[in-house]
Design a protein around this ligand. Structure first.
Ligand SMILES: [Cu+2]
Length: 176
């Protein structure tokens, strides 16, 4: 019986190790899969006027396919996105001039905070015409399954340790 108990503990421990490795592998590769463009499709209309964007703070999740539509309201503006090295320019809509819109579409495959700024010299405060794109990799939704696996792994591990511990105590007792 003791032998069986200890053996059971060992099997449980091996299971824990396998589960841990699985959790690590999943945690490593699923964000990569997300980054290849399997997220949501997000579209933002950015009204650009001297010297700001509205909205100026954008938030997306890693793997989202993002479309930015830059619509100048007064003079020509543009948008250059740091990190992703993307650029667009547009002229304002005017009578006789088709409504200008600068469009950028890309997959948000790099997490982090990225500045975007005007790509057309539009006046004295042009250098301060900036905004921020936040590409988040750690949303609760993305990580919930892995947190679950991690919690289950911990529980199983604690159970296995308790099992082995008890088996050992009994063994030591009978050995004397
Ligand atoms: Cu501008």
């Amino acid at each position: 019986m003791q032998f069986l108990r200890r053996r059971g503990g060992k099997v449980a421990l091996v299971g824990v190790v396998i589960l841990s490795v699985l959790a690590l592998v999943l945690g490593t590769f699923i964000p990569v899969a997300l980054a290849s463009g399997e997220g949501e499709t997000r579209e933002f209309v950015l009204e650009a006027s001297r010297f700001s964007y509205s909205p100026s703070r954008l938030r997306v999740n890693l793997g989202d396919t993002v479309t930015l539509r830059v619509r100048p309201q007064d003079v020509s503006h543009g948008l250059y996105l740091d990190g992703y090295n993307l650029k667009t320019r547009a002229m304002p809509a005017a009578p006789g001039v088709p409504g200008g819109e600068g469009v950028l579409t890309f997959v948000a495959d790099t997490p982090g905070q990225f500045r975007f700024r005007c790509a057309v010299t539009c006046g004295p405060l042009h250098p301060f015409m900036i905004g921020e794109l936040n590409v988040e990799s750690g949303t609760p939704y993305t990580n919930a399954p892995f947190l679950g696996v991690a919690a289950a792994t911990l529980l199983v591990g604690a159970g296995a340790l308790a099992y082995v511990w008890r088996g050992k105590e009994t063994n030591d007792g009978s050995a004397n």
